[in-house]
Design a protein around this ligand. Structure first.
Ligand SMILES: [Zn+2]
Length: 145
């Protein structure tokens, strides 16, 4: 019993995967344009604005921006889970692009879906622990700015 199988997809499915892959590919372009132009993010973190404390996700965008520049150390300083999130999104985007280009798609079996669910819970638990450490002021998990 495997965790995934490859199945053909129809024309509409390929278009859908192409649209998702295109949207994901535009994220780094958008982040690079913001950095190059110096335009600030238009949306500030409401939790941070109200409490002065970082929310669970504060720094993730800048973490991914740093990763796209190849600065892993800065990425980890902004948010330790930034690289993990980036890799998950990149793998998902690559899968969508591959499905759009080939007409074949990876479908998870019930065991595969269970494994993804367990991994998702693990990442969520890790994010909660990391957030608690940031709020407690742990030096390696401090909010950098
Ligand atoms: Zn936030």
């Amino acid at each position: 019993m495997g965790v995934w199988r490859v199945e053909p997809i129809d024309r509409n499915g390929r278009a859908g995967y192409a649209a998702v892959a295109l949207c994901l590919a535009l994220v780094p372009v958008h982040l690079a344009l913001l950095r190059l132009t110096g335009i600030p993010f238009l949306v500030n973190c409401t939790f941070h604005e109200l409490t002065g404390l970082p929310c669970m996700f504060c720094g993730l965008t800048r973490s991914v921006q740093a990763l796209l520049r190849g600065d892993v150390a800065a990425s980890l300083r902004w948010h330790a889970l930034g690289p993990i999130i980036f890799i998950c999104i990149a793998v998902f985007g690559a899968g969508c692009l591959l499905a759009a280009l080939t007409g074949w798609c990876i479908h998870l079996t019930a065991a595969g879906k269970r494994a993804v669910r367990v991994a998702s819970y693990a990442v969520a638990a890790l994010a909660l622990v990391y957030w608690a450490l940031r709020l407690a002021g742990a030096s390696f998990a401090a909010f950098p700015g």
